[in-house]
Design a protein. Structure first.
Length: 139
């Protein structure tokens, strides 16, 4: 997790670069599930990096966007809620303390191999979000 002052195109690009080059340098493809924030676009990499570098990074990514009206798919949102309730539920005096606290929380969470027990099934989604999941009749 990286703490930045803003959520700019440059901030996004500087999260993607180490993901590809440092965290998973040997992965053929990195499946990346993202929300639809306006900076979360392949074009953002071209705005920050030289075209060859942007293309090299993007060729390693398989990007999937969560549906705009299906935030139940966005498990990152759930994890951020846990971060908020377990770590950020108090006044934090400065960015350095925030970075330190988030890093300690993340290390503890990863060490414990925490998982989300998701119980919202495709069947439930088809009922609750039927306008997003059309039915097809096989003839």
């Amino acid at each position: 997790m990286k703490v930045t002052d803003r959520r700019t195109i440059a901030d996004f690009a500087e999260v993607i670069r180490p993901l590809v080059d440092e965290w998973y340098p040997r992965a053929e493809k990195i499946v990346l599930v993202m929300d639809n924030l306006n900076t979360h676009k392949p074009a953002s990499l071209y705005e920050v990096f030289e075209p060859a570098k942007a293309r090299r990074l993007l060729e390693r990514l398989e990007i999937h966007y969560t549906p705009k009206h299906g935030s139940w798919l966005d498990m990152a949102e759930t994890e951020l809620g846990v971060l908020n309730s377990q770590c950020l539920d108090r006044r934090i005096p400065d960015k350095a303390t925030l970075v330190s606290e988030v890093a300690a929380w993340e290390k503890s969470r990863n060490k414990a191999h925490c998982k989300i027990n998701w119980r919202f099934t495709t069947k439930n989604a088809r009922i609750k979000l039927k306008r997003l999941y059309p039915s097809f009749q096989v003839s």
